[in-house]
Design a binder for this molecule. Structure first.
Ligand code: 26Q
Length: 830
C-alpha cells in the first residue's frame, strides 16, 4: 500500500470508528448485534451471554481510544514507565469501563429498553482474581490512576489460567476450589497479540566464546529449553480523557514445533509432556501473600515475566534507535512491585551484555539508572531468597551475572567500611546459606527504593535495610499507598455519589481533595440525614450479602464491625475473636447495661499451606455458630464469616461498614489499603499505630479514630520480657475469655482442635503479642459501642472520615511516583 493510500485508509477507519456512537440507541444496536449475530442468542439468553454481548459493545468503544493512545505513545519521543508485577488484582471491569467512558446512563437505559437490568449483567462478570491481596490490588489501582493522569505507563504481568482460588466453608473449614476465571478461554477485555510473542530461555549451560573477527569474549547461553511468551493486552481507560493505557499479560506457550527431535525418536509422549511443562508456567497464581521460597515453578514465573517484558521494551527501542542505547535510561523506567521481579536487574544486564555486546560498566550504568524498587513488607521471613543450586540449574546465565554484580558491589562495601567483615557478610547478595537474596539484588540495582507508608519507609531505613541506607541514603523514599476513588467510591457507592454530586459536584472523581468541601455541610441537617440514609441503604445491601452467603441475619440498626483481609497472624483476626468472645461472655453473665447491638463480619482467605491461618478460620466459624444459635444472645451480637472474600465482595462491604478493623501488631503491616477504602466510604477506624493508619489518624484527628495498642518501639521492647500469663492473671475479662476457649466451649465435639491457637497466644515467644493489646482493644471497642448510640455524633465522625480522606487516592500516589521517581510528561492524546 502506498503511503498516501495508507493515510487515507486510516482516516476512513477512524471515521467508521467514531460512527459507533455513544448514545442509548447505539448501545442497544451494538448489544443486539453481538447477541444475535455473534453469539447466536436471543434477548432472553442467560445473563452470561448478555454480559458478553454488552462487554463487546463497550470494548468496541474503547478500541479507537486505545489505538490512539498506542500511536501517540509510539510516535513521539518521550519517557515511559513500566510497572512490573506478578499480580494485577483487577476484579470486574464492565462497571469501571462504563464509568470511565462516561456512558453509564446510556447503557443503563439501553438495557432497560430491552427489558434487562444493567446491574444484573454487571454482576454476571467473573472477578479477574490475578492477585492475592493488597499488593495486587494496589497495582490495579495504580493502572487506573496512571490512565486518568494520562501518564504513559504500561503494566506487565502474567495471564494465569487459574487465579486466586475460590474459598468455600465446609464444617467451618476453608476448602479451596480452582478459579477457572477464563471459562472456556473467554475474557472480553483481552486482546491476544501473537505478533509480539517473545522467547524465554531456561536451563542449558553457558560458555565463553571468542569472536574470531573482533577477538571479543562473549558468553553463550545454549542448549536451553525455550518457552514462548504470548502477550494478551487489557485496555485500561482513564476517566473521561480519551486515554486508554495497556496492561500486557504474558501467557506461556510451548515452542511451536515442540521438540521434533524427540518426537522423531519416537518419544511422542515425552514431547507432549514437555509441552505441558512449558505451559505450566502461567497455569496458576501462587496463593501465598507472604513468600513461598524454593519453589522452582515460582522462580520460573518470575524470570518468565521479567525476560519477556524486558525483551519487549528493548526490542521496540532497538527498532527505533538501531542499537544505540545512550538515551535508554532517560526514556525508560521500570518499577519493581516488590522483589518478585528483581531478576529484571540481572536480565537487563544479560540482554545488554550478550545480545548487544555492551561493556559491563556501560550496561550497569544504564540498568542501575532505570530500575526502581518498592518494598511491601517488613517481615524478615517474607524476604525472598532462592537457593543457588536451583538458580544454577534453571538460570545459569543470570546467576553468572548476579555473582559479578555482587563481586563489584562488595568491593564498594569494602572500600567504604574497610575491615568490617560482619557488615560485608550481612550485605552480600548471596547469603551465608548460599541463597540469592532478591531484596538486596533489587536494592543494589535500583536508583530508588521506597516503602508504602511513612512509618514503613522509616522502619526500612532504621531496620531491615539499615546497612544499605547508610551506604545510599538518597535512594530511600516514601510513597504512601492509595486506592482509586473511581472504583472505591464512584462505582461501588452510587448512593454516596449522588449525594456528593448534589452538594459539591463531581470534581472529586479526579481530585479527591475536593471531598473536604463536605465538611462545610457537617452541621447541615438535610445533608446529615441524607448521609445517614445512604449508609443505611448500603448496610441493607451488605446485610443481604451476608444473608445470602452465610444465612446469618443482620439488623440494619446494629453496629456493623468489619475485618476483611488475608488471614494472617500478624493481622490479628484472633484479637477480634477474643473481643467477640468477651462480648458473648458479657451477655451470658447479664452484663448488658447500655448495650450496643453489634454485627461482626470477618472475611479473608488463608494460604492453603498456612495451617495456623486455616485454623483461625475454623475458630471464627465455630464461635459464630455458637453465638448465632444462642437465643439468649439474639440481636445483641451476630457473627458472620463471609466466604470467598474478593474485590467484588469488597465493593459491597466497604460502603456498608460502620467500623473498620485495622488491628495488626504495630510495625508489621506495611501500609494497608482496605483501611483507606473504608474511610472514604464513611467508616470509623479502630486501629493500632501501624502502616497507613498513622496517616489516617493524622488526617482525622484522635476524636474521629479509635487508637489502641502498643506502639512499634514498645512492641520491640516488650519482646525481651513478654509474659502473656501476666496479662491473663491481671485481667478478669481476659481470664474469662481464655477460660471459655480452653474449656472447649466452642469445640465441644471436636476436642483439642484449638490447642495450637491457644498455646501460640499464651507463648512468651508470640511475636504478635495478641494478649498484650487485649485490654486496650476491649476498652476502645467499648468506647465505640457507646459512641454509636449517639447517632448524631457517629454521623459526624462518619462524614469527617470521608471528608478528610482526600490524600488516600492513588491519583496522589501516582503523582508522587511521577514527580520523584519516573519524571514522565502527561501525554495528551487529544
Ligand atoms: C512471594 C514469593 C513466592 C510466593 C508468593 C510470594 C508473595 C506473593 C504476594 C509475597 C507477597 C505477596 C503479597 C504481599 C502483599 O500483598 N503485601 C501488602 O501490600 C500492600 C500494598 O502495598 C500493603 O498495603 C500491605 O500492608 C502489605 O501487606
Amino acid at each position: 500500500m502506498s503511503a498516501a493510500k495508507k493515510t487515507e485508509t486510516a482516516k476512513k477507519l477512524a471515521k467508521i470508528q467514531q460512527d459507533l456512537g455513544m448514545k442509548t440507541q447505539d448501545f442497544e444496536n451494538g448489544f443486539v448485534h453481538y447477541l444475535y449475530n455473534m453469539l447466536g442468542r436471543n434477548v432472553d439468553a442467560d445473563v452470561e451471554y448478555q454480559f458478553r454481548a454488552l462487554s463487546y459493545t463497550v470494548r468496541d468503544r474503547l478500541m479507537g481510544f486505545w489505538k490512539q493512545t498506542w500511536n501517540a505513545n509510539n510516535k513521539s519521543e518521550h519517557k515511559k514507565a513500566y510497572y512490573l508485577s506478578m499480580e494485577f488484582l483487577i476484579g470486574r471491569s464492565l462497571t469501571n469501563n462504563l464509568l470511565n467512558l462516561g456512558v453509564e446512563t446510556e447503557t443503563e437505559k439501553a438495557m432497560y429498553e430491552l427489558g434487562l437490568s444493567l446491574e444484573e449483567i454487571e454482576e454476571a462478570e467473573k472477578d479477574a482474581g490475578l492477585g492475592n491481596g493488597g499488593l495486587g490490588r494496589l497495582a490495579a489501582c495504580f493502572m487506573d490512576s496512571c490512565a486518568t493522569l494520562q501518564l504513559p505507563v504500561m503494566g506487565y504481568g502474567l495471564r494465569y489460567e487459574y487465579g486466586m482460588f475460590k474459598q468455600r466453608i465446609q464444617n467451618g473449614y476453608q476448602i479451596e476450589d480452582p478459579d477457572h476465571w477464563l471459562g472456556f478461554g473467554f475474557y472480553p477485555w483481552e486482546l491476544q497479540r501473537t505478533e509480539y510473542a517473545r522467547t524465554v530461555k531456561f536451563g542449558g549451560m553457558t560458555h565463553l566464546f571468542k569472536d574470531p573477527h573482533t577477538g571479543k569474549l562473549t558468553t553463550l547461553w545454549e542448549e536451553t529449553d525455550d518457552v514462548i511468551a504470548v502477550p494478551f493486552d487489557v485496555p485500561i481507560p482513564g476517566f473521561k480523557n480519551n486515554t486508554v493505557n495497556t496492561l500486557r499479560l504474558w501467557s506461556a506457550c510451548a515452542e511451536e514445533d515442540f521438540n521434533l527431535s524427540e518426537f522423531n525418536a519416537g518419544s511422542y509422549f515425552e514431547a507432549v509432556a514437555q509441552k505441558s511443562e512449558a505451559e505450566n508456567i502461567t497455569m496458576v497464581l501462587y496463593p501465598n501473600d507472604s513468600s513461598e521460597n524454593g519453589k522452582e515453578l515460582r522462580l520460573k514465573q518470575q524470570y518468565f515475566l521479567v525476560s519477556a517484558s524486558l525483551q519487549d521494551v528493548v526490542c521496540q527501542w532497538d527498532k527505533k534507535h538501531g542499537g544505540n542505547f545512550t538515551d535508554f535510561a532517560d526514556n525508560n523506567v521500570f518499577q519493581l512491585n516488590d522483589t518478585h521481579p528483581s531478576l529484571a536487574v540481572a536480565e537487563l544486564m544479560r540482554i545488554f551484555l550478550d545480545d548487544y555486546a555492551m561493556e559491563w560498566d556501560e550496561a550497569w550504568h544504564i540498568v542501575s539508572s532505570c530500575m526502581a524498587y518498592t518494598n511491601h513488607t517488613l517481615l524478615p521471613e517474607a524476604l525472598e531468597r532462592w537457593p543457588v543450586p536451583l538458580f544454577q540449574r534453571l538460570l545459569p546465565r543470570p546467576l553468572d551475572i548476579i555473582y559479578e554484580i555482587n563481586r563489584r558491589f562488595l568491593k564498594q562495601v569494602a572500600m567504604r567500611w574497610p575491615g568490617d567483615t560482619a557488615r560485608f557478610r550481612r550485605m552480600s547478595i548471596i547469603d551465608e546459606h548460599n541463597n540469592v537474596c532478591m531484596a538486596y539484588l533489587a536494592i543494589v540495582g535500583s536508583f530508588s527504593i521506597n516503602g508504602v507508608a511513612a512509618l514503613h519507609s522509616q522502619l526500612l531505613k532504621d531496620g531491615l535495610f539499615n546497612d544499605f541506607y547508610q551506604l545510599w541514603p538518597n535512594r530511600f523514599n516514601n510513597k504512601t499507598n492509595g486506592v482509586t476513588q473511581r472504583r472505591w467510591m464512584a462505582a461501588c457507592n452510587p448512593g454516596l455519589r449522588a449525594l456528593l454530586k448534589e452538594k459539591i459536584g463531581e470534581d472529586w472523581i479526579t481530585d479527591l481533595t475536593q471531598l473536604s468541601k463536605i465538611e462545610d455541610f457537617v452541621h447541615d441537617k438535610p445533608f446529615r440525614q441524607a448521609w445517614m440514609k445512604v449508609k443505611r441503604e448500603n448496610k441493607a445491601r451488605l446485610a443481604q450479602l451476608v444473608k445470602e452467603t452465610t444465612g446469618v441475619e443482620f439488623k440494619v440498626d446494629s453496629l456493623f464491625d468489619v475485618q476483611v483481609k488475608r488471614i494472617h497472624e500478624y493481622k490479628r483476626q484472633l484479637l477480634n475473636i477474643l473481643h467477640v468472645i468477651h462480648l458473648y461472655s458479657k451477655i451470658k453473665r447479664g452484663d448488658t447495661d447500655k448495650w450496643t447491638n453489634r454485627c461482626v463480619i470477618i472475611g479473608g482467605k488463608a494460604a492453603p499451606g498456612y495451617a495456623m491461618a486455616k485454623n483461625i478460620i475454623k475458630l471464627i466459624n465455630n464461635v459464630a455458630e455458637i453465638i448465632n444459635d444462642d437465643p439468649e444472645v439474639g440481636d445483641k451480637l451476630k457473627v458472620a464469616f463471609i466466604p470467598n472474600y474478593r474485590v467484588s465482595a469488597m465493593e459491597i462491604i466497604c460502603p456498608g461498614t460502620d467500623v473498620s478493623e485495622q488491628i495488626s501488631t504495630a510495625g508489621k503491616e506495611a501500609s494497608g489499603t482496605g483501611n483507606m477504602k473504608f474511610m472514604m466510604n464513611g467508616a470509623v477506624t479502630i486501629g493500632t499505630l501501624d502502616g497507613a493508619n498513622v496517616e489516617i489518624l493524622e488526617a482525622v484527628g484522635e476524636d474521629n479514630f479509635y487508637l489502641f495498642g502498643l506502639k512499634t518501639p514498645e512492641v520491640e521492647e516488650m519482646k525481651h520480657h513478654y509474659n502473656p500469663q501476666h496479662f491473663i492473671d491481671s485481667d478478669e475479662d481476659l481470664r474469662a475469655v481464655m477460660g471459655l476457649l480452653e474449656s472447649g466451649h466452642f469445640n465441644q465435639f471436636e476436642p483439642n482442635i484449638f490447642n495450637e491457637i491457644i498455646n501460640s497466644m499464651k507463648s512468651p515467644q508470640d511475636p504478635w503479642m495478641t494478649l498484650a493489646d487485649f485490654r486496650s482493644y476491649i476498652n476502645a471497642q467499648h468506647e465505640i459501642g457507646l459512641a454509636f448510640q449517639d447517632h448524631e455524633h457517629w454521623n459526624t465522625m462518619s462524614i469527617i472520615n470521608s471528608a478528610r480522606s482526600g490524600s488516600f487516592s492513588t491519583d496522589r500516589t501516582m503523582t508522587e511516583y511521577n514527580d520523584d521517581i519516573w519524571k514522565l510528561t502527561p501525554l495528551d492524546v487529544g
